[in-house]
Design a protein around this ligand. Structure first.
Ligand SMILES: [Zn+2]
Length: 298
């Protein structure tokens, strides 16, 4: 029988935290974050604790680029859910990561999240592996622009859309009745009239090669890799864990639920991320203070 996980965690969680704190003390830790880090900010993870999909699968790049009807459906749903994303704020986990980065314990942050919350927490150097929802790109002229600007245009084109009962859902991923989708008006690129797409990597689309190379460099230079809130279901994140493990770089996984990288991890922590990271940051700061005092008096 397995030991039930509590807020205090199991013995394995406690051992995992010791390992995490020890690795942070060595500095140069690379963070790879996923959707689980943002759930405490109210942004739903589309996979549950078992790693299985909870909602319908996301739209693929091929679907999006393949038909106007698919793009209308995408933008209608996205417009309905945008306020939940735009209004979300960094949580204790994002703030602890930024604190650890400023103190030098964390050397780099790579995120699979497109919500911009690492940047909102002050981590301006976070590499957004899958892009960001705060930007929009034109598929014709490649010009990028702010989602905020598009939001104002979509609001003007679709007055009253967000007031519809079916739209007013809190989860940012509303299922919309077909008649609402059919009536939605999509905005073209202002510069060339081309198709606008959120500046994120869709399923079925590859992460740009220079961005992948940059992430490999960061992982190679790191002393450890810490995965935060990702089940590592997609290869785009799992490959960095494999790369680190192959190089003998220790991997720690903090995630509530199983992940595809578990067998490669030196330690695993299954407790809530905000609590774990806050504690890790507090203990890292203590170690730093003690170390400074020791060197002062020697
Ligand atoms: Zn354009």
């Amino acid at each position: 029988m397995s030991v039930p996980a509590t807020l205090d965690g199991t013995a394995a969680d406690a051992a995992g935290l010791e390992t995490l704190v020890r690795l942070l003390a060595g500095r140069g830790v690379v963070v790879l974050s996923g959707a689980g880090l943002s759930t405490e900010s109210g942004i739903p993870d589309y996979r549950g604790a078992t790693g299985s999909r909870r909602r319908r699968p996301p739209m693929t790049y091929q679907e999006f680029t393949g038909s106007e009807a698919a793009r209308r459906r995408y933008w209608a749903r996205s417009h309905a859910g945008w306020q939940a994303i735009a209004g979300a704020e960094p949580n204790a986990g994002h703030r602890a990561v930024e604190q650890l980065r400023r103190s030098g314990h964390v050397s780099a942050v790579i995120t699979q999240n497109v919500d911009g919350l690492h940047r909102a927490a002050g981590t301006r150097t976070a590499v957004e592996l899958h892009g960001g929802l705060h930007r929009v790109v034109c598929l014709e002229c490649r010009r990028t622009s702010a989602r905020e600007e598009l939001d104002r245009r979509l609001e003007a084109l679709n007055g009253g859309f967000r007031d519809a009962d079916a739209v007013a859902r809190p989860d940012g991923d509303a299922e919309l009745p077909q008649e609402l989708v059919d009536g939605f008006r999509v905005a073209p690129c202002r510069a060339c009239g081309g198709v606008l797409k959120p500046d994120v990597v869709f399923f079925g689309e590859s992460v740009p090669e220079p961005r992948v190379r940059r992430c490999y460099e960061l992982v190679d230079a790191g002393q450890a890799l810490v995965v935060l809130g990702s089940s590592l279901t997609v290869m785009s994140g799992l490959r960095f864990v494999r790369r680190a493990a192959r190089a003998g770089t220790p991997v720690v996984i903090v995630n509530q639920g199983v992940t595809r990288g578990d067998e490669l991890a030196a330690a695993r922590i299954g407790r809530p991320l905000g609590a774990v990271l806050t504690e890790a940051a507090r203990r890292s700061a203590e170690v730093r203070t003690c170390g400074w005092r020791a060197s002062t008096y020697v």
